[in-house]
Design a protein around this ligand. Structure first.
Ligand code: 5RP
Length: 223
């Protein structure tokens, strides 16, 4: 069993009968969905799920997990999702898969948000290993980019090589992948991006995670 699978299995232990459980997106979240399906099948666990993306919805449905649509809920009990980067102050960078709008809605709506990852995701500051995905309204992308550049951001629209154009998210946004000065703290950067007109959502999850489970060399630790 690899570390991603191990940490996903640990997160599944937090699920109790009757819970409404948010399903993240990515390979670690997929292991969680598989374990939830196994517990339902083999141990009679009863829970309803809500997906953060078309991919996780498809995965849940293919495993016969009960699923409800986001428009039908105002709060959820538990949300489990992976991350691309995790800092010591529990800030996450997410959205390489460009489904961060629903991911952030579920993270915020959950009574408990558990982030799950292997130790390769631990960084000292947000943006250390990846650019920051910023979803922008297509008609405002040039204005948003200019405003973000004025804040020190450097980056471009995410390309879609297959379609010889730009990447379009499931919510119809473009994605700007940008780097910012490493000395800007996550709180400030989060506020700067929140305050930029034309930005729909961005990948900084500033202190939204209640619990972070990290697996390293077969051992899970909680922070
Ligand atoms: C998708 C995400 C993923 O959770 C993140 O990319 C981690 O993926 P993986 O578990 O495959 O390493 O934020 O938007």
């Amino acid at each position: 069993m690899n570390d991603k699978q191990l940490v996903a299995l640990r997160a599944a232990q937090y699920v109790q009968n009757g819970m409404l459980v948010g399903l993240g997106t990515g390979s670690t979240a997929n292991y969680f969905i598989e374990e939830l399906a196994r517990l339902t099948r083999e141990q009679g666990l009863r829970c309803t799920t809500i997906a953060s993306s078309a991919i996780s919805a498809h995965k849940a449905q293919s495993l016969q997990l009960p699923i409800v649509a986001l428009e039908h809920v105002a709060s959820i009990d538990l949300y489990v999702d992976g991350a691309d980067e995790i800092t010591p102050d529990k800030t996450l960078l997410k959205g390489r898969g460009s489904d961060l709008v629903k991911e952030k809605l579920l993270a915020k709506a959950a009574t408990q948000f558990i982030a799950v990852a292997d130790a390769s995701k631990l960084v000292s500051h947000i943006g250390q290993n990846f650019t920051i995905p910023i979803e922008v309204i297509p008609f405002a992308w040039q204005l948003a980019k200019k405003n973000l550049e004025a804040l020190g951001g450097v980056g471009e629209l995410r390309p879609n090589a297959a379609k010889d154009g730009f990447w379009i998210t499931s919510h119809g946004s473009y994605v700007l992948d940008m780097k910012f000065d490493a000395n800007i703290d996550a709180n400030t950067l989060n506020a700067m991006l929140n305050n930029t007109p034309g930005v729909v959502e961005h990948g900084i999850f500033y202190q939204l995670a209640d619990t972070i489970l990290i697996a390293q060399d077969g051992v899970v630790s909680e922070r």
